[in-house]
Design a binder for this molecule. Structure first.
Ligand SMILES: NC(=O)c1ccc[n+]([C@@H]2O[C@H](COP(=O)([O-])OP(=O)(O)OC[C@H]3O[C@@H](n4cnc5c(N)ncnc54)[C@H](O)[C@@H]3O)[C@@H](O)[C@H]2O)c1
Length: 356
């Protein structure tokens, strides 16, 4: 007998991943699915136990009153669905990155969750990959000596990739708070995309414990030649006084440490592998308040603040202190400030995503 009922809104790529993982876990029962596209509902339903279907998320949430309200819509839909999850009495809200598209919206989401006391998780699930876990294990083992730098690069643009880079590096740095950031941004092409972003962003973070975060995301990011698949050309790692360890999202991990010499190993990001433990840890947190999900909202929000502050720095210039104390619309700021200059690509292959 399942313990927790689930409603999933959005039956696109990620909604189906979530629905499949919830359906496969005996702790959960997929009670309902919603999309504004009837075909997507009809295609998904038979694979996940034929739950109730609806084109109207509000009506279905009010009817089913699910224990878990999950939504996997594009980034333009966040606050209204968080509010709907709270109103329907859900114990946990599971949603996709990025947390929000502006600090205005992110702050409202945090206030609504805090006021209601509702648990929430944000899908930074790449961390379940064996290569991600191995790098975390090496960093946590102290084999790198004193960690002074964490870093992340990705060829995909910020609304897709940057919150992943920030979250996993913050994980390596034990979610130490950030004190300030500084960034530059270039390229207006993806300001018209639903994953609205500058084409390229480069930024640094000063964490309270002295660790430096270095991020390079989008059209100007360096290649990861070890990985052929464009979307998985991400390099994420940590440097310390006695070595370094890093993973490539699409292709394994490597490390050099003073005590262990050169080591390397396999791993490739895989939704089928990453989603089951991500969903299981939701059940664990629902069962026991002390078993806080590693992808809890508090962790995601920390990364979201860093990303918002990068945008402010790119728009306003200079360093931005954290935590942010007020909200604004960072995308509007970038639309106003990013110059209409031709973007300079690192990889010729990137021209398909960042046309001149
Ligand atoms: N965590 C990851 O690894 C990862 C990977 C890919 C995408 N994402 C994120 O997941 C989110 C969704 O991406 P996707 O690729 O699944 O998008 P998608 O376009 O495939 O799916 C979105 C679905 O939401 C539906 N929808 C839109 N408005 C709706 C409404 N009002 N009510 C009900 N349904 C509605 C759409 O019809 C569509 O089926 C994005 O935020 C994206 O950044 C995360």
């Amino acid at each position: 007998m399942a313990t927790y009922s689930v409603l999933i809104v959005g039956m696109g790529k990620r909604g189906v991943h979530h629905a499949t993982a919830f359906h496969a876990n005996p702790k959960f029962q997929v009670a309902g699915i919603c999309d504004i596209d009837q075909k997507r509902l009809d295609d998904a339903a038979p694979k996940i136990g034929n739950p109730e279907k609806s084109l109207d998320a509000t009506a279905l949430a009010k009817k089913l009153k699910p224990d878990v309200f999950c939504f996997c819509t594009l980034p333009n839909l966040r606050l209204d669905f968080v509010k709907l999850g709270i109103e329907s009495g859900a114990k946990l809200i599971a949603f996709e990155k990025p947390v929000a598209m502006s600090s205005n919206e992110g702050l409202q989401i945090r206030q609504a969750l805090d006021k209601a006391g509702t648990k929430a998780v944000v899908s930074h699930q790449h961390r379940y990959g064996e290569h991600y876990k191995k790098v975390k294990e090496i960093v946590a083992s102290a084999a790198l000596g004193r960690v002074h730098t964490v870093y992340g690069t990705a060829t995909g643009w910020a609304a897709h990739m940057l919150s992943h880079l920030i979250d996993y590096t913050c994980w390596f740095n034990n979610y130490e708070p950030a004190e300030w950031v500084m960034a530059q941004a270039a390229g207006r092409g993806k300001l018209a995309d639903l994953h609205t972003s500058p084409d390229y962003l480069a930024g640094v973070v000063h964490f309270k414990n002295g660790v430096r975060g270095i991020y390079d995301c989008g059209a100007g990011a360096p290649d990861v030649p070890e990985v052929p698949y464009w979307w998985r050309k991400c390099r994420i790692g940590a440097h310390g006084s006695e070595g370094f360890a890093e993973l490539m999202t699409g292709g394994g991990w490597r490390a050099i440490t003073k005590s262990g010499g050169y080591q390397e190993g396999p791993g490739g990001m895989d939704y089928n592998f990453d989603m089951p433990p991500y969903v299981q840890q939701m059940a664990d947190w629902l069962d026991d308040d002390k078993k806080v999900h590693p992808c809890c909202f508090a962790h995601a929000y920390q990364g979201f603040e860093i990303m918002s502050a990068f945008y402010r720095s790119a728009g306003e210039g200079g360093q931005i202190a954290l935590p942010l104390t007020s909200g604004t619309d960072e995308i509007a700021l970038l639309k106003e400030k990013i110059p209409a200059k031709k973007i300079l690509l690192t990889l010729p292959d990137s021209v398909k995503e960042y046309p001149a």
